[in-house]
Design a protein around this ligand. Structure first.
Ligand code: ISL
Ligand code: CA
Length: 560
């Protein structure tokens, strides 16, 4: 296996700029705030900081709607603030990974402003315009944020495609000028010194020929275009072209967000030959708790079983081994908090134990781990109880469609599901201390602070040697020091591979074996594993090992 890439033993930390640290009291996190907190990030021990979008944007989708790729959103600061952030990060030995959102732009981007002016405008073909069919949209696709994926534009009497919000028109990647405009912009950032890109829904950029109708489930108002827009027929050609024009010219790391990616596709995207991307974010393990009714999508209160989770993680570990490189993640700005989702936040003790158990499960696998801000202190879901607490357009739209329009669920049930799956769960401001607004801002935060900030915050975590923070710090350090965590082969422990409660796997290279044992439940269990007498416990969330007895959420890693 080829293990010669600088990012293969790296750990990435994701910052959601609006929610990290406000420096000027306007209630919105900003670049000077992040710069101030870089020492904290360094202390955690990570290598790379991924910044969610900081570009100029009307913020309809919190920056995933970009109106100028070469300017900073004024709420976050200016280019000078960015340069300071970058240079301080580099001084500390941290790399900066930018978010690249090029499946779509904002409708306020100058390309779109031009494009909508007329059919013969030079930018017309930068976007996907079509005539209607019998007075209706060109096809039956629905937007991922509810409603149709097409918007009629009176000025020219045509519809444009928007897979996300109407203010996020899709770029037309069939157009060579679009592609090269994107490559130029990427090179511009790389020349400035950024170290990589996380590419938003990058596997959606090649749309199918003819934009055909798609199947629709009985309760669905529109068809889900994902099966035909994900991994489209020209996607590998586009990424290879991007690689030749951009990635091959700089030392950088790339990770592509790739919903609906299979392991076979992932082997092409993130092949070790380096012709396309370095890694992709797959979505299968965070889709196991989706609703069985496609019209309800991810809105459900299903708890993922260990059996399903283990089967899926194992599939990715096995399929990509020696061929491609995995990303490893529980959390990001779109996903609920891991400790509330796969763990247990019902008591303080269980929260801490299960957060560490889940960190162990993920970080000992092969791939590059991603930690989302607040995960390292075990931040929980926000558990908002009224609709007016939510700010994310995706959650609010979904509520209106499912409850008010389609009457598929009553309001109470939908709010319960939102408490478990809304993207707002990840986006509440970072909890720095127990002072007003959790030390995030002197003003009124743009999004409510999680009510638990007095118990769960950075200040408290840093004073407690047994905190989740120090557990993450230790695990990250181990990845840098122990080659087997990076290169070791993964295998399930045979006798235990169908155990509904305990997950046990090994990582092995020529010199070392690690045995990872994880109790996924809050019960005391007995399990026997054969380990040599001189095996040592490398890390555990309990102070001692009781051999075959596994206490609630116990995680331990034997080294021999
Ligand atoms: O958020 C989701 C459900 O958890 C996904 O369907 C999400 O919309 C999808 O993963 C794409 O996400 C990315 O692109 C979106 C943006 O809203 C997300 O924040 C971003 O991560 C459109 O740019
Ligand atoms: Ca601010």
């Amino acid at each position: 296996m080829i293990l010669n890439k600088w990012w293969q033993n790296a750990v990435v930390y994701q910052v959601y700029p609006a929610s990290y640290q406000d420096s000027n009291g306007d209630g919105i996190g900003d670049l000077p705030g992040i710069t101030k907190r870089l020492d904290y990030i360094k202390k955690l021990g990570v290598d790379i900081v991924w910044l969610s979008p900081i570009y100029k944007s009307p913020q309809v989708d919190n920056g995933y709607d970009i109106s100028d790729y070469r300017a900073i959103n004024p709420d976050f600061g200016n280019m000078e603030d960015f340069d300071k952030l970058l240079s301080k990060a580099h001084k500390l030995g941290l790399k900066i990974m930018m978010d690249l959102v090029v499946n779509h732009t904002s409708d306020e981007h100058k390309w779109f402003q031009e494009s909508r002016k007329g059919k013969d405008n030079p930018y017309r073909d930068y976007y996907i315009w079509r005539d209607g069919k019998d007075g209706k949209a060109p096809n039956n696709w629905g937007s991922f944020f509810t409603g149709p994926a097409w918007k009629y534009d009176e000025q020219t009497g045509q519809y444009y495609l928007h897979l996300f919000a109407p203010q996020q028109p899709d770029l037309n990647w069939e157009n060579k000028n679009v592609r090269h405009s994107v490559y130029d912009m990427m090179n511009w950032w790389a020349d400035k010194g950024v170290d990589g890109f996380r590419m938003d829904v990058i596997n959606y950029i090649s749309k199918p020929e003819g934009l055909p109708d798609v199947k629709k489930a009985p309760d669905e108002l529109y068809g889900n275009p994902e099966p035909v827009v994900a991994n489209g027929h020209r996607i590998h050609e586009f990424l290879q072209e991007m690689n030749q024009n951009v990635m091959s010219k700089h030392k950088m790391v790339t990770v592509g967000e790739a919903p609906a990616v299979t392991t076979d596709e992932a082997k092409k995207y993130s092949n070790l030959d380096g012709k396309e991307l370095d890694m992709v974010f797959q979505f299968e393990h965070v889709g196991l708790d989706s609703n069985s009714n496609p019209a309800l999508g991810r809105w459900s209160d299903k708890k993922t079983s260990l059996t399903d989770l283990r089967e899926n993680l194992t599939k990715w570990q096995t399929a990509l081994a020696g061929k491609a490189w995995n990303s490893l993640y529980w959390n990001n700005h779109d996903q609920p908090r891991v400790v509330s989702r796969f763990g247990d936040d019902s008591t303080e003790e269980k929260r801490v134990l299960s957060a560490k158990m889940l960190a162990t499960m993920l970080h000992f696998q092969q791939g590059t781990p991603f930690v989302f801000e607040g995960e390292e202190i075990g931040m929980t879901n926000a558990y908002f109880d009224k609709l007016s607490d939510y700010v994310d357009l995706d959650s609010i739209n979904a509520y209106h469609q499912i409850v008010d329009e389609q009457h598929l669920l009553d309001g109470k049930t939908m709010l319960k599901y939102m408490g478990m799956h809304s993207r707002d769960n990840a986006r509440t401001p970072m909890q720095w201390d127990d002072s007003n607004n959790a030390g995030f801002s002197d003003g009124t935060p743009w999004e409510h602070i999680n009510k638990q900030y007095k118990e769960i915050n950075v200040k408290k975590a840093l004073t407690d040697p047994d905190s989740i923070f120090y557990y993450y710090q230790k695990i990250i350090k181990l990845r840098h020091e122990l080659p087997v965590m990076v290169d070791g082969s993964y295998a399930l422990v045979k006798d235990n591979q169908n155990d509904p409660d305990v997950y046990a796997y090994t990582r092995k290279d020529n010199d070392t074996t690690l045995l990872v044992v994880l109790n996924y439940t809050d019960k005391k269990l007995k399990r026997h594993f054969d380990v040599p007498e001189d095996a040592k416990i490398l890390i555990s969330n309990y102070a001692d090992s009781q051999g075959d007895t596994l206490r609630p959420y116990e995680a331990k890693v034997y080294q021999f």
